[in-house]
Design a protein around this ligand. Structure first.
Ligand SMILES: [Zn+2]
Length: 343
């Protein structure tokens, strides 16, 4: 099963119908919340209550029963035909066997259709372990990989924070319940959405690049929850959102393997001796073998080596890595007002 999301462009009439459906779902949802406050409701209970509700509120029969059963602020466009009516921006092809359609409305009043499609089983792809890469995710560089390429952290939120704070302040100055306040809130929601979209776009582009160039990607098995406890880091972590990046990477790559994070920053990737360093130290400098490289680069090579070991593949010695021509085309990735080299 796989989900595809498309933007919808309903006509005024269609939109009012969608909005009406959404309102009914909310109404039913609130009824459930009301009942659930008294006792726990199972799914069966809710379906039973729904049947009762329909008897007392016969107008509910006008709505598709499956839609009502989904009970959430999302609506189920139960008849797929409904969607084919509405103008839809299909930016990609989907398999024909659509199992479910969920229509949602974003905070800035855009409509989307999320299609759940069943994928036909394909043979597992052949894995070429010479096309393996280790990647280290971090604060300074969003990604540093074992081939020596780094992608800076876009830090979208920081850039957008100024207008966000400005509009937020504007909202608090407006009279509660006024039309102007509503307008400003919409503006604020649009900014939030823009940030989210920018981040998604960045993550999609980067994960696709890795998935296209490599057969195997090794990453650290990060304990994100532990790291977020450190408040200074929290904002950056939330912002760079590696979790969602790794998710995208996982479904795009032929193979994504998480390796234990233990000692990946401390170990010397050339000789294996321990070189302890705190977060402020950006350079890995080994006294034993004189290797001096970026700490994240060192970590990514360790991640690659750990990963290859799992599959009993030969370790690639540092010396060899340095003379092996890396067959990666140079490619620049453009991020709005922030052009950086990625490959
Ligand atoms: Zn060393």
């Amino acid at each position: 099963m796989r989900n595809y999301k498309f933007r919808l462009y309903p006509t005024v009439q269609q939109e009012s119908r969608l909005q009406n459906n959404l309102n009914v779902c909310k109404w039913v949802y609130n009824k459930f919340v009301e009942k659930a406050q008294k006792s726990f409701l199972s799914r069966n209970d809710m379906n039973y209550i729904l049947t009762e509700l329909k008897q007392s509120e016969p107008w509910l029969y006008n709505y598709h029963s499956k839609m009502l059963q989904m009970v959430s602020t999302q609506l189920e466009g139960a008849e797929k035909a409904n969607i084919e009516l509405i103008r839809i921006k299909k930016h990609r092809d989907t398999p024909d066997n659509i199992k479910q359609v969920i229509v949602t409305k974003s905070k800035s009043c855009k409509w989307y259709a999320c299609l759940t499609c069943e994928l036909v089983k394909v043979n597992p792809p052949k894995i070429d372990f010479t096309k393996a890469v280790g990647i280290d995710v971090g604060i300074k560089s969003f990604v540093y990989d074992s081939d020596g390429y780094q992608t800076p952290n876009p830090l979208n939120l920081k850039k957008m924070l100024k207008p966000l704070v400005r509009v937020q302040r504007k909202v608090s100055r407006r009279v509660k319940g006024s039309n102007n306040r509503l307008k400003t809130i919409r503006h604020l929601q649009r900014i939030h959405e823009k940030i989210t979209n920018k981040r998604k776009d960045f993550q999609h582009k980067l994960s696709s690049t890795y998935a296209n160039h490599y057969d195997v990607v090794f990453v650290e098995d990060l304990q994100l929850t532990n790291m977020v406890k450190n408040h200074k880091l929290a904002q950056n972590i939330m912002d760079s959102s590696w979790g969602t990046f790794l998710q995208k990477l996982e479904y795009k790559c032929k193979l994504l393997i998480k390796v234990p994070a233990r000692n990946t920053t401390i170990d010397c990737s050339r000789c294996g001796s321990k070189v302890p360093k705190n977060l402020a130290v950006r350079i890995h400098s080994c006294n034993k073998c004189n290797l001096v490289i970026d700490r994240d680069y060192n970590a990514s090579i360790n991640i690659l080596q750990k990963g290859l070991k799992i599959f009993n593949q030969n370790k690639l010695p540092q010396e060899l890595r340095e003379v092996t021509p890396v067959e990666i085309s140079m490619r620049s990735m453009k991020q709005e007002d922030n052009t950086f080299r990625c490959w």
